[in-house]
Design a binder for this molecule. Structure first.
Ligand code: NAI
Ligand code: MG
Length: 334
Protein backbone atom coordinates (compact mmCIF):
# COMPACT_ATOMS: atom_id res chain seq x y z
CA UNK A 1 0.00 0.00 0.00
CA UNK A 2 1.33 3.43 -0.80
CA UNK A 3 1.12 6.22 1.72
CA UNK A 4 0.84 9.78 0.57
CA UNK A 5 2.91 12.38 2.41
CA UNK A 6 3.16 16.13 2.00
CA UNK A 7 6.64 17.22 0.96
CA UNK A 8 7.80 20.81 1.48
CA UNK A 9 11.07 21.43 -0.34
CA UNK A 10 11.66 24.72 1.46
CA UNK A 11 14.20 27.51 1.10
CA UNK A 12 18.00 27.78 0.97
CA UNK A 13 19.57 24.32 1.15
CA UNK A 14 16.04 22.89 1.54
CA UNK A 15 15.51 21.69 -2.05
CA UNK A 16 19.02 20.15 -2.17
CA UNK A 17 18.68 18.11 1.01
CA UNK A 18 15.09 17.17 0.13
CA UNK A 19 16.07 15.84 -3.31
CA UNK A 20 18.83 13.81 -1.65
CA UNK A 21 16.43 12.49 1.00
CA UNK A 22 13.74 11.53 -1.51
CA UNK A 23 16.38 9.72 -3.57
CA UNK A 24 17.24 7.57 -0.53
CA UNK A 25 13.56 7.02 0.34
CA UNK A 26 12.89 5.87 -3.22
CA UNK A 27 15.78 3.40 -3.01
CA UNK A 28 14.42 2.20 0.32
CA UNK A 29 11.17 1.15 -1.34
CA UNK A 30 9.02 2.61 1.43
CA UNK A 31 6.04 2.93 -0.92
CA UNK A 32 5.61 6.65 -0.36
CA UNK A 33 3.78 8.95 -2.70
CA UNK A 34 4.83 12.58 -2.54
CA UNK A 35 2.43 15.51 -2.66
CA UNK A 36 4.63 18.56 -3.11
CA UNK A 37 3.47 21.77 -1.44
CA UNK A 38 5.09 25.20 -1.22
CA UNK A 39 5.90 27.14 1.93
CA UNK A 40 8.36 29.83 2.94
CA UNK A 41 9.89 32.46 0.68
CA UNK A 42 9.28 30.26 -2.39
CA UNK A 43 5.57 30.30 -1.58
CA UNK A 44 5.58 34.02 -0.83
CA UNK A 45 7.02 34.70 -4.27
CA UNK A 46 4.70 32.27 -6.10
CA UNK A 47 1.44 32.65 -4.15
CA UNK A 48 1.90 35.82 -2.08
CA UNK A 49 1.66 33.79 1.13
CA UNK A 50 4.37 32.19 3.30
CA UNK A 51 2.05 29.34 4.20
CA UNK A 52 -0.61 28.95 1.47
CA UNK A 53 -3.98 27.46 2.43
CA UNK A 54 -3.42 24.66 -0.09
CA UNK A 55 -0.27 23.61 1.79
CA UNK A 56 -2.16 23.48 5.09
CA UNK A 57 -4.94 21.51 3.37
CA UNK A 58 -2.39 19.05 2.00
CA UNK A 59 -0.93 18.42 5.46
CA UNK A 60 -4.45 18.10 6.86
CA UNK A 61 -5.34 15.48 4.23
CA UNK A 62 -2.16 13.43 4.48
CA UNK A 63 -1.55 13.96 8.22
CA UNK A 64 2.17 13.46 7.63
CA UNK A 65 4.63 15.98 6.22
CA UNK A 66 8.35 15.93 5.55
CA UNK A 67 9.58 19.49 5.61
CA UNK A 68 12.79 21.28 4.70
CA UNK A 69 13.81 24.44 6.52
CA UNK A 70 11.95 27.63 5.66
CA UNK A 71 12.97 31.27 5.73
CA UNK A 72 10.78 33.56 7.78
CA UNK A 73 11.61 37.00 6.37
CA UNK A 74 12.95 39.37 9.03
CA UNK A 75 10.81 42.51 9.35
CA UNK A 76 7.44 42.93 7.65
CA UNK A 77 5.69 41.51 10.70
CA UNK A 78 5.69 37.87 9.61
CA UNK A 79 5.17 35.36 12.42
CA UNK A 80 7.50 32.38 12.30
CA UNK A 81 6.09 29.79 9.92
CA UNK A 82 7.21 27.00 12.20
CA UNK A 83 5.46 28.51 15.21
CA UNK A 84 2.27 29.05 13.21
CA UNK A 85 2.34 25.46 11.88
CA UNK A 86 2.71 24.19 15.44
CA UNK A 87 -0.28 26.27 16.55
CA UNK A 88 -2.44 25.46 13.51
CA UNK A 89 -2.13 21.70 13.93
CA UNK A 90 -1.67 21.70 17.73
CA UNK A 91 1.62 19.80 17.35
CA UNK A 92 2.14 19.37 21.06
CA UNK A 93 5.10 16.98 21.09
CA UNK A 94 8.52 18.03 19.86
CA UNK A 95 10.54 14.84 19.66
CA UNK A 96 14.29 15.15 19.22
CA UNK A 97 16.50 12.05 19.23
CA UNK A 98 20.21 12.43 20.00
CA UNK A 99 22.34 9.46 19.03
CA UNK A 100 26.13 9.27 18.79
CA UNK A 101 27.36 8.55 15.29
CA UNK A 102 30.83 7.39 14.23
CA UNK A 103 33.37 9.86 12.82
CA UNK A 104 31.50 12.96 13.91
CA UNK A 105 32.31 15.63 16.44
CA UNK A 106 30.38 13.67 19.04
CA UNK A 107 31.88 14.00 22.50
CA UNK A 108 30.65 10.54 23.48
CA UNK A 109 30.23 7.22 21.72
CA UNK A 110 27.29 5.77 23.61
CA UNK A 111 24.52 8.36 23.62
CA UNK A 112 21.07 7.21 22.59
CA UNK A 113 18.34 9.40 24.00
CA UNK A 114 15.23 11.28 22.99
CA UNK A 115 14.03 14.62 24.31
CA UNK A 116 10.25 14.99 24.34
CA UNK A 117 9.48 18.68 24.68
CA UNK A 118 6.05 20.16 25.32
CA UNK A 119 5.50 22.39 22.34
CA UNK A 120 2.34 24.44 22.92
CA UNK A 121 2.36 26.08 26.37
CA UNK A 122 4.82 26.78 29.20
CA UNK A 123 6.85 29.97 28.83
CA UNK A 124 6.28 30.27 25.07
CA UNK A 125 2.97 32.11 25.10
CA UNK A 126 2.46 35.01 22.73
CA UNK A 127 0.05 36.60 25.25
CA UNK A 128 1.16 37.75 28.69
CA UNK A 129 4.43 39.32 27.58
CA UNK A 130 4.40 42.83 29.02
CA UNK A 131 6.83 45.67 29.56
CA UNK A 132 5.81 48.61 31.72
CA UNK A 133 5.39 51.96 29.86
CA UNK A 134 8.57 53.33 31.45
CA UNK A 135 10.51 50.27 30.31
CA UNK A 136 11.63 49.46 33.84
CA UNK A 137 9.70 46.26 34.48
CA UNK A 138 8.95 43.31 32.25
CA UNK A 139 6.63 40.43 33.06
CA UNK A 140 6.22 37.22 31.14
CA UNK A 141 3.62 34.67 32.07
CA UNK A 142 3.96 30.93 31.92
CA UNK A 143 0.99 28.60 31.63
CA UNK A 144 1.05 24.91 32.33
CA UNK A 145 -2.13 22.85 32.19
CA UNK A 146 -3.01 19.42 33.45
CA UNK A 147 -4.17 18.46 29.95
CA UNK A 148 -0.98 19.76 28.32
CA UNK A 149 1.26 18.05 30.85
CA UNK A 150 -0.66 14.82 30.77
CA UNK A 151 -0.57 14.38 27.02
CA UNK A 152 3.15 15.12 26.75
CA UNK A 153 4.14 12.80 29.59
CA UNK A 154 1.85 10.09 28.24
CA UNK A 155 3.44 10.57 24.82
CA UNK A 156 6.88 10.01 26.38
CA UNK A 157 5.80 6.80 28.11
CA UNK A 158 4.03 5.46 25.03
CA UNK A 159 7.16 6.25 23.00
CA UNK A 160 9.24 4.33 25.56
CA UNK A 161 6.96 1.31 25.23
CA UNK A 162 6.75 1.35 21.44
CA UNK A 163 10.52 1.70 21.00
CA UNK A 164 11.55 -0.72 23.75
CA UNK A 165 13.12 2.00 25.84
CA UNK A 166 13.39 1.53 29.59
CA UNK A 167 13.34 4.86 31.39
CA UNK A 168 11.60 8.23 31.33
CA UNK A 169 13.15 11.18 33.17
CA UNK A 170 10.89 14.15 33.93
CA UNK A 171 12.97 17.33 33.98
CA UNK A 172 11.55 20.15 36.12
CA UNK A 173 12.23 23.00 38.55
CA UNK A 174 9.32 22.30 40.90
CA UNK A 175 11.41 23.10 43.97
CA UNK A 176 11.46 26.79 42.96
CA UNK A 177 8.71 27.30 40.37
CA UNK A 178 6.14 25.56 42.51
CA UNK A 179 3.06 26.52 40.49
CA UNK A 180 3.79 25.63 36.88
CA UNK A 181 6.69 23.24 37.20
CA UNK A 182 5.00 21.77 40.28
CA UNK A 183 1.85 20.96 38.31
CA UNK A 184 3.90 19.40 35.53
CA UNK A 185 5.80 17.21 38.01
CA UNK A 186 2.64 16.12 39.85
CA UNK A 187 0.99 15.10 36.60
CA UNK A 188 4.18 13.33 35.50
CA UNK A 189 4.12 11.26 38.71
CA UNK A 190 0.47 10.36 38.18
CA UNK A 191 1.03 9.27 34.59
CA UNK A 192 4.21 7.38 35.52
CA UNK A 193 2.22 5.29 38.01
CA UNK A 194 0.23 3.94 35.06
CA UNK A 195 3.41 2.61 33.42
CA UNK A 196 4.97 0.28 36.00
CA UNK A 197 6.99 -1.43 33.24
CA UNK A 198 8.96 1.78 32.53
CA UNK A 199 11.37 3.23 35.09
CA UNK A 200 10.49 6.79 36.12
CA UNK A 201 13.03 9.31 37.31
CA UNK A 202 12.69 12.97 38.31
CA UNK A 203 15.51 15.43 37.86
CA UNK A 204 15.81 19.14 38.52
CA UNK A 205 16.75 20.93 35.31
CA UNK A 206 20.09 22.42 36.41
CA UNK A 207 21.31 19.06 37.67
CA UNK A 208 19.99 17.46 34.46
CA UNK A 209 22.18 19.80 32.40
CA UNK A 210 25.26 18.89 34.39
CA UNK A 211 24.46 15.17 34.24
CA UNK A 212 23.89 15.41 30.47
CA UNK A 213 27.36 16.81 29.96
CA UNK A 214 29.10 14.50 32.45
CA UNK A 215 27.24 11.20 32.03
CA UNK A 216 24.79 11.36 29.12
CA UNK A 217 24.63 7.60 28.70
CA UNK A 218 22.40 7.35 31.80
CA UNK A 219 19.49 8.97 29.93
CA UNK A 220 16.92 7.28 27.75
CA UNK A 221 13.82 9.48 27.28
CA UNK A 222 13.64 12.98 28.79
CA UNK A 223 10.27 14.71 29.04
CA UNK A 224 9.91 18.35 29.98
CA UNK A 225 8.11 21.65 29.56
CA UNK A 226 8.61 23.96 26.58
CA UNK A 227 11.49 26.24 27.64
CA UNK A 228 13.57 23.55 29.36
CA UNK A 229 12.97 21.27 26.38
CA UNK A 230 14.14 23.90 23.91
CA UNK A 231 17.42 24.33 25.77
CA UNK A 232 18.00 20.67 26.63
CA UNK A 233 17.35 19.39 23.11
CA UNK A 234 19.96 21.79 21.70
CA UNK A 235 22.39 20.75 24.42
CA UNK A 236 21.83 17.13 23.37
CA UNK A 237 22.37 17.98 19.70
CA UNK A 238 25.68 19.56 20.68
CA UNK A 239 26.71 16.43 22.57
CA UNK A 240 26.36 14.27 19.49
CA UNK A 241 28.02 16.44 16.90
CA UNK A 242 25.73 19.32 16.09
CA UNK A 243 23.16 20.49 13.60
CA UNK A 244 24.03 18.36 10.57
CA UNK A 245 22.82 15.24 12.41
CA UNK A 246 19.89 16.55 14.46
CA UNK A 247 16.37 15.61 13.37
CA UNK A 248 13.10 16.58 14.98
CA UNK A 249 9.42 15.74 14.81
CA UNK A 250 6.43 17.88 15.71
CA UNK A 251 3.57 15.58 16.55
CA UNK A 252 -0.09 16.15 17.32
CA UNK A 253 -3.39 14.30 16.98
CA UNK A 254 -4.21 15.90 13.62
CA UNK A 255 -0.82 15.83 11.93
CA UNK A 256 2.88 15.16 12.32
CA UNK A 257 5.64 17.18 10.67
CA UNK A 258 9.20 15.84 10.39
CA UNK A 259 12.16 18.10 9.76
CA UNK A 260 15.83 18.81 10.33
CA UNK A 261 16.55 21.00 13.33
CA UNK A 262 18.90 23.25 11.33
CA UNK A 263 17.85 26.20 9.19
CA UNK A 264 18.21 27.10 5.53
CA UNK A 265 22.01 27.63 5.76
CA UNK A 266 22.09 30.59 3.34
CA UNK A 267 25.91 30.62 3.46
CA UNK A 268 26.13 27.31 1.59
CA UNK A 269 22.79 27.25 -0.28
CA UNK A 270 22.90 26.38 -3.98
CA UNK A 271 26.36 24.80 -3.77
CA UNK A 272 25.22 21.21 -3.36
CA UNK A 273 27.42 20.66 -0.31
CA UNK A 274 24.89 20.60 2.55
CA UNK A 275 24.72 17.53 4.77
CA UNK A 276 21.42 15.71 4.14
CA UNK A 277 21.67 13.51 7.28
CA UNK A 278 19.44 15.54 9.59
CA UNK A 279 16.56 15.43 7.12
CA UNK A 280 17.24 11.74 6.42
CA UNK A 281 17.10 11.01 10.14
CA UNK A 282 13.84 12.98 10.30
CA UNK A 283 12.57 10.76 7.48
CA UNK A 284 13.51 7.75 9.61
CA UNK A 285 11.42 9.19 12.46
CA UNK A 286 8.59 9.61 9.97
CA UNK A 287 8.88 5.96 8.89
CA UNK A 288 8.66 4.92 12.56
CA UNK A 289 5.57 7.09 12.93
CA UNK A 290 3.75 5.54 9.98
CA UNK A 291 4.43 1.99 11.09
CA UNK A 292 7.51 1.31 8.95
CA UNK A 293 9.92 0.70 11.82
CA UNK A 294 11.95 -1.88 9.89
CA UNK A 295 12.60 0.57 7.04
CA UNK A 296 13.49 3.27 9.57
CA UNK A 297 16.10 0.96 11.07
CA UNK A 298 17.50 0.07 7.62
CA UNK A 299 17.85 3.76 6.87
CA UNK A 300 19.60 4.54 10.17
CA UNK A 301 21.97 1.60 9.75
CA UNK A 302 22.89 2.73 6.24
CA UNK A 303 23.66 6.23 7.56
CA UNK A 304 25.84 4.79 10.34
CA UNK A 305 27.67 2.50 7.90
CA UNK A 306 28.35 5.41 5.53
CA UNK A 307 29.71 7.54 8.37
CA UNK A 308 31.82 4.61 9.57
CA UNK A 309 33.31 4.18 6.10
CA UNK A 310 33.80 7.97 5.78
CA UNK A 311 32.31 7.59 2.33
CA UNK A 312 31.44 10.84 0.52
CA UNK A 313 31.06 12.86 3.75
CA UNK A 314 30.12 16.51 3.35
CA UNK A 315 32.29 19.42 4.46
CA UNK A 316 30.69 19.86 7.89
CA UNK A 317 31.81 16.29 8.70
CA UNK A 318 35.31 16.90 7.42
CA UNK A 319 34.83 15.47 3.94
CA UNK A 320 34.63 16.96 0.46
CA UNK A 321 31.50 15.17 -0.74
CA UNK A 322 28.34 16.61 -2.26
CA UNK A 323 24.80 16.41 -0.91
CA UNK A 324 23.66 13.97 -3.59
CA UNK A 325 26.93 12.01 -3.54
CA UNK A 326 26.53 11.45 0.18
CA UNK A 327 22.90 10.40 -0.32
CA UNK A 328 23.92 7.92 -3.01
CA UNK A 329 26.59 6.46 -0.73
CA UNK A 330 23.91 5.96 1.94
CA UNK A 331 21.43 4.50 -0.57
CA UNK A 332 24.03 1.98 -1.71
CA UNK A 333 24.22 0.59 1.85
CA UNK A 334 20.50 0.11 2.44
P1 NAI B 1 21.27 27.49 10.06
O1 NAI B 1 20.97 26.23 10.78
O2 NAI B 1 20.63 27.68 8.76
O3 NAI B 1 22.85 27.62 9.87
C1 NAI B 1 23.80 27.63 10.93
C2 NAI B 1 25.17 27.12 10.44
O4 NAI B 1 25.10 25.70 10.26
C3 NAI B 1 25.57 27.68 9.08
O5 NAI B 1 26.95 27.87 9.06
C4 NAI B 1 25.18 26.60 8.10
O6 NAI B 1 25.95 26.57 6.94
C5 NAI B 1 25.39 25.34 8.93
N1 NAI B 1 24.47 24.27 8.52
C6 NAI B 1 23.14 24.19 8.79
N2 NAI B 1 22.61 23.10 8.24
C7 NAI B 1 23.61 22.46 7.60
C8 NAI B 1 23.68 21.26 6.83
N3 NAI B 1 22.60 20.50 6.60
N4 NAI B 1 24.87 20.90 6.31
C9 NAI B 1 25.97 21.65 6.52
N5 NAI B 1 25.96 22.78 7.24
C10 NAI B 1 24.80 23.19 7.77
O7 NAI B 1 20.87 28.68 11.08
P2 NAI B 1 20.74 30.24 10.83
O8 NAI B 1 21.88 30.71 9.99
O9 NAI B 1 20.56 30.79 12.18
O10 NAI B 1 19.36 30.47 10.06
C11 NAI B 1 19.27 30.65 8.65
C12 NAI B 1 17.81 30.72 8.24
O11 NAI B 1 17.14 29.50 8.54
C13 NAI B 1 16.99 31.82 8.89
O12 NAI B 1 16.20 32.43 7.91
C14 NAI B 1 16.11 31.10 9.88
O13 NAI B 1 14.87 31.74 10.09
C15 NAI B 1 15.90 29.78 9.18
N6 NAI B 1 15.60 28.66 10.10
C16 NAI B 1 14.58 27.82 9.76
C17 NAI B 1 14.30 26.72 10.54
C18 NAI B 1 13.20 25.82 10.10
O14 NAI B 1 12.53 26.05 9.11
N7 NAI B 1 12.96 24.74 10.80
C19 NAI B 1 15.05 26.42 11.76
C20 NAI B 1 16.13 27.35 12.01
C21 NAI B 1 16.37 28.44 11.21
MG1 MG C 1 15.58 25.85 19.92
Amino acid sequence: MTQKITVIRGDGIGPEIMDATLHVLDQLGAGLEYEFADAGVVALEKHGDLMPKETLASIERNKVALKSPLTTPVGGGFTSINVSLRRHFDLYANVRPAISFPNTKSRYENIDMITVRENTEGAYLSEGQEVSPDGEVAVSSTRVTRKGSERIVRYAFELARSTGRKKVTAVHKANIIKSTSGLFLNVAREVAAQYPDIEFQEMIVDNACMQLVMRPEQFDILVTTNLFGDIISDLCAGLVGGLGLAPGANIGEKAAIFEAVHGTAPDIAGKGIANPCALLLAAAQMLDHIGQGANAERLRKAIVATLEAKDSLTGDLGGTGTTMGFAKAIASRL
